[in-house]
Design a protein around this ligand. Structure first.
Ligand code: G6P
Ligand code: ZN
Length: 576
């Protein structure tokens, strides 16, 4: 189909001042994006920064939340107006963040717009988001997000092709539009509506040992349950578990993406995915898992009340990487975790003599190491696990990694006496490495001032002039005493580009290697969220309930950070 259209510049009165995207993109209440010209301003600012030749190709899609399809059409029109050569749009706008990262890489695109607010609730009264990923498949670096923000502050117009027809996102098809502008320039823009599920499934089949998994599932009758929380992973999970691995339909739940996630807060943790955990525990499910709205986070649980802490999950995957074909082939180049993530992974790196990196919170830091060929497997306590197969964390990948490990660990079994399950794999790990008990307390939506004051207080406590009074100090909680060995505000120098990231979280390490970390969340959309991370290492005593093992340190953490005083809260909103 070919028709001729006119690109025109539309002016608005004054620039927007609140469009500073983090590396997770611009995330606001949906109503904010629905203001006249608001989304257009951000999309134009992004296009102005990324359309640098006549050969630009972009991917568009997202987690299916409310307002996505409208913004897909807006992006298509502005892309055409800005001389983008090719736009690939996901059918029904359904495109998980990991699948987007993969498609950008395999189709060698310039980048892509991801319409998501990740694990935040969706709908007219909740959140929407626009995130830009670059040609490596990873989130835009700060240099670019700053430039986009700068542009939004300066510009008061955008260029679009208003008359472009609404693209039918339900049907796979291609359209080419001939476009001209008032300057007499002409160009063409092609729009492809593509299947965004297929390539991702192919990638997973290349990475993991599907025949061994399938064989295991068939012989063992293992019960698997994947909760997509009404987010974007539903169609991916159904294709992989039901169609490829031949499990029945009861192995997937909440697997049809919904614009408001069916009222679910699509964040896979023990608070928001409690129903999955309860079902797994009460119905003796061998492997239960959940993923978030846009499919990059994951939670793993199993029968016998097992919850696999994300810090342990990445350590177990790294320790068993030799069972996964992708790593068998390419080897493991290095391991990395974010600073607040427990030190379980450090022990794996040490034992296996692998390069190890501790980076600030945020996947972009891993991406840099991966692009430089220094890193293969990494994870964060915030339910993010992944590898260098793409440049985003990957929920389904993590779930398949566990399935692959489970299947390969039982490959020689006859199954008459049952099989090694998630619990045994975890306990084996603790037996070899000891256990890093870990918990995180979240104080969500506290006042911005209170949150800022709390962090200021702690930074001051660990500042060069004050820390001498803190180091050596004894703290007691629940009858346990800990002595501070070191404390600081975490700072990171990227070994690839030398960039320095400061003020990444205040930590206290005690003499027995226990740790308390305080950080202000960078992803909330309302007020401030304070996170407190507590960790304690035990070499042999690995069967205690985490909350019991950590109770002393938790009470010290509350006191040390004057949590009640600054947040007004007695208890956190979420405990992981
Ligand atoms: C996003 C990023 C993660 C990061 C997390 C931290 O999910 O992709 O890499 O760990 O945010 O969130 P927080 O709210 O703790 O800043
Ligand atoms: Zn997410």
């Amino acid at each position: 189909m070919s028709s001729s259209f006119t690109a025109a510049t539309i002016e608005y009165i004054k620039p927007f001042t609140d469009q500073n995207p983090g590396t997770s993109g611009l995330r606001k209440r949906t109503k904010v994006f629905q203001q006249k010209y608001y989304s257009e301003s951000f999309i134009q600012a992004t296009l102005s920064n990324v359309v640098d030749s006549s050969d630009v190709s972009l991917l568009v899609g997202g987690d299916g939340r409310y307002w996505s399809e409208e913004i897909c059409q807006t992006i298509i029109k502005l892309s055409a107006g800005n001389k983008v050569k090719t736009v690939y749009v996901a059918k029904d706008s359904i495109l998980s963040t990991p699948a987007a990262s993969n498609l950008i890489r395999t189709l060698k695109l310039s980048g892509g717009f991801l319409l998501t607010a990740s694990h935040n609730p969706g709908g007219p009264d909740y959140d929407f988001g626009i995130k830009y990923n670059c040609g490596n498949g990873g989130p835009a670096p700060e240099k670019l997000t700053n430039a986009i923000y700068q542009k939004t502050l300066e510009q008061n117009s955008y260029t679009t092709v208003s008359a472009l027809p609404i693209i039918d996102l339900k049907t796979l098809a291609s359209y080419t539009f001939e476009i001209q502008n008032a300057l007499g320039e002409s160009w063409s823009t092609t729009v492809h509506v593509i299947d965004a599920i297929k390539d991702y499934v192919t990638l997973m089949k290349e990475i993991f040992d599907f025949p061994t998994i399938q064989n295991f599932l068939k012989k063992s009758n293992a019960k698997i349950l994947l909760d997509s929380m009404n987010g974007v992973t539903g169609p991916y999970a159904t294709q992989i578990l039901v169609h490829e691995l031949k499990l029945n339909n009861s192995s997937v739940m909440n697997n049809v993406p919904k614009a408001d996630f069916g009222g679910i807060h699509p964040d896979p943790n023990l608070t928001y995915a409690a129903s999955l955990a309860e079902k797994t525990w009460s119905e003796n499910i061998d492997l239960g898992a959940a993923s978030d709205g846009d499919g990059d986070r994951n939670m793993i649980v199993a029968k016998d009340n097992v919850f696999v802490n994300p810090s342990d999950s990445v350590a177990v995957i790294a320790d068993n990487a030799h069972l996964i074909p992708f790593f068998k082939k390419s080897g493991v180049k290095g391991l990395a975790r974010s600073m607040p993530t427990s030190m379980a992974l450090d022990r794996v790196a040490k034992r296996k003599n692998l390069q190890f990196y501790e980076v600030p919170t945020g996947w972009k830091f891993f991406g840099n190491l991966m692009d430089a060929g220094k890193l293969s497997i990494c994870g964060e306590e915030s339910f993010g696990t992944g590898s260098d197969h793409i440049r985003e964390k990957d929920g389904i990948w993590a779930i398949l990694a566990w399935l692959n490990i489970l299947a390969a660990s039982n490959a020689e079994k006859t199954f008459e006496q049952g099989f090694i399950g998630v619990k045994e794999i975890l306990e084996n790990h603790y037996r070899i490495y000891g256990r890093n008990y870990f918990t995180r307390y979240d104080y969500e939506e506290v006042s911005s001032e209170g949150g800022a004051e709390l962090m200021k207080y702690l930074r001051n406590l660990v500042s060069a002039e004050n820390k001498t009074h803190v180091v050596g100090k004894k703290y007691t909680g629940n009858g346990e005493t800990y002595v501070v060995k070191k404390c600081d505000d975490f700072s990171y120098t990227d070994p690839v580009d030398g960039s320095v990231s400061q003020k990444q979280g205040v930590y206290f390490v005690f003499e027995d290697e226990s740790r308390i970390v305080y950080r202000a969340s960078g992803t909330g959309s309302q007020g401030a969220t304070i996170r407190v991370y507590v960790e304690k290492y035990e070499a042999t005593n690995y069967l205690t309930e985490a909350s019991t093992a950590l109770s002393g340190l938790v009470s010290i953490a509350k006191e040390l950070g004057k949590i009640k005083e600054f947040t007004g809260r007695d208890e956190p909103t979420v405990i992981t």
